[in-house]
Design a protein around this ligand. Structure first.
Ligand code: FES
Length: 262
């Protein structure tokens, strides 16, 4: 795939798939895809369940969900191309046009927005000269508005290829995208030591581990405050199923469990 389709996407053309995306895979690439797909399919009782990871596998090779990638998934999973396209166009992690090497998602949902996410979006969008779902002409950064990065306790939050950059400012995010475009290694706030490329991360999402899952911290300090308070005060979580079983048994015996029975 060439990079000719990078750059500003027309607002109405974001689903346009270049004609070249339907060119057949080279024999060695196709053989390798089939080998990997067989490993993915073997994880599921029904092979159609492997569609989501297989779409990530296609992205790990092509950088987005190509026409040939859709044909490949349909062929391997005995689905129609319409069924595969229906799934590929439903989830935002699947890209239907050439994607940048780094997807930078700026959260502009309520909490991040009021903590500065809208300002970050405005400034970074202007800095890069692109809008939502558009890619810089060098093919490095695809910018996205995100509806919650699932890290609200670190608002405002930006993600680069789904690695967290917590407590961001317009300046720190502009520095982040500049470093990514310059090819520098950038270190997320949590997780692995550096942000991997979109294709590399797509392969991990397809289920092929890169060995980085245990690198860096998972939960940051803000996420652990509640746990620390609970520990200080001796609070414990109700033990759901076991407590219900106790209660049921006690009722059968006509006894109180001695626990809150509300
Ligand atoms: S609102 Fe921004 S991470 Fe949840």
């Amino acid at each position: 795939m060439s990079g000719d389709n990078y750059g500003i996407q027309l607002a109405a053309g974001h689903l346009t798939v270049p004609a070249e995306s339907k060119e057949p895979y080279a024999a060695d690439v196709l053989a390798s895809l089939h080998e990997d797909a067989a490993l993915v399919v073997a994880r599921y009782p029904q092979k159609r369940s492997a569609l989501l990871p297989l779409l990530h596998l296609v992205q790990s090779v092509d950088g987005y969900v190509t026409g040939r990638g859709i044909d490949f998934c349909a062929d391997v999973l005995d689905l129609s191309t319409a069924e595969v396209s229906g799934v590929a166009t439903f989830y935002t992690q699947y890209k239907r046009h050439p994607n940048g090497e780094y997807t930078v998602g700026i959260c502009t949902n309520t909490l991040c927005a009021i903590m500065g996410g809208d300002q970050i979006w405005d400034e970074v969008s202007e800095h890069l000269g692109i809008g939502h779902d558009e890619t810089t002409p060098d093919g490095k950064v695809t910018l996205e508005r995100v509806e919650c990065n699932a890290a609200c306790d670190f608002a405002p939050v930006v993600m680069a290829n789904w690695e967290f950059f917590d407590n961001q400012t317009p300046e720190s995010t502009k520095a982040l995208v500049d470093d990514l475009r310059a090819g520098k290694d950038v270190k997320p706030s949590r997780g692995p030591d550096k942000v991997c490329s979109f294709k590399q991360v797509s392969r991990v999402l397809a289920g092929f581990h890169d060995g980085l899952a245990d690198q860096g911290v998972g939960a940051g300090p803000a996420s652990l405050v509640g746990l620390e308070i609970a520990n200080e005060r001796g609070w414990t979580a109700p033990d759901g199923g076991a407590a219900k079983a106790d209660k049921g048994a006690a009722k059968a015996d006509g006894k109180s469990t001695g626990k809150d029975e509300a």
